[in-house]
Design a protein around this ligand. Sequence first.
Ligand code: SIN
Ligand code: CO
Length: 416
Amino acid sequence: MPKRSPDHVEDARKQRAPSSAARPTPDAPTSLLGGLSPAQFMKQYWQKKPLLIRQAIPGIEAPLSRDELFALADSDDVESRLITHFRKRWSLEHGPFGADELPTPKTRQWTLLVQGADLHDDRARALLERFRFAPDARLDDLMISYATDGGGVGPHFDSYDVFLLQVHGKRRWRIGAQRDLSLQEGMPLKILANFEPEEEWVLEPGDMLYLPPHIAHDGVAEGECMTCSIGFRSPSTSELTNQFLYWLAERGADDAAQPGAKGGKSALYRDPDQPAVAHPAQLPPALVERVAAVLAKVRWSDGDVSSFVGSYLSEPKANVVFDAPEKPLDEARFVARAAKSGIRLDRRTILLYDARSYYLNGEQYLLREARKWLPALADNRFLDGKRFVTLSHDSCVTALLHEWYCAGWIRTGELA
Ligand code: SIN
Ligand code: CO
């Protein structure tokens, strides 16, 4: 069966804009967190201990139907995995999966995981709005899993903070705060060697379980079910160090490439005092000393760290491609449309800011005049028509926003 193109998948789904009304304010108690305010939740549970919340989102429906999820898993630019546990053997396959490549819903003990659903569907992205009491810089993605009776991914742990929201059918979760996180050897996926559950619940649609990193857990479907995992990444110190040093090196290369930079000559290693050697293969201790002296001079400022963090954490995932509008409006028409319907960030756009800069999809720009409007656009992911009209008096702003619109980073359009 031919694979459906991403465009086909796109057309097949209703596209709705995110609703900023769903974003909880820090001090307001919310049923999403079992009556706690986000401020209380962050203080008492975030990164500390699990929390089970019954009816966090009463009446919730899966953001995508089963068939829509399967269609997504059939697309080349979507990360999907099929995990089966047939005859007590774990197996893992990576997508895309054609409709005839998945077991039937009547077959027991399989699960389909679709990563980054928020990047591909506005309804999935809208669900994330509810979780924006935690910083966007920590957000990873929304994964949607579909499982048949008895399906799951086995007992494991994650290095993520995760909210496991049941959106269809039932799933039995068992969790434990065990120290022994050793894994079974020779498995195609991470399965704990000695899972020791301490607590157990059956989650129904609307129920949610928050788990901090490294809590052992196992979720098994009771009948057909769907679960949304809202994941927050915690980059490891080695990832941050590697990426920062890489960023620093790249920036150094850019500086040296600047015309008139003094870098060229002084940046060369020099050894005018090197004597002739009888053992050419021996590493000269003086060379190591010189390199150590050069490295000791590597300096960076807090500003460099902010630039790196903002750029790195606003970088879209490798598989993200922005769709430019098919027939882009010219600037005047764009301004007229946006004045009526407002503008919103595309669901794939990551826009962060600090006191000095903003970071748009991995690039840093100085805030300057944009400080008057950009933080509101970044926090709400939307600016209404009225606000846009006040901005439209400045032709630099409309030119900039029109550029973003042509690149597919923002769209015109109302909130749902
Ligand atoms: C699932 O939704 O099936 C697995 C999610 C998880 O355990 O992290
Ligand atoms: Co997990």
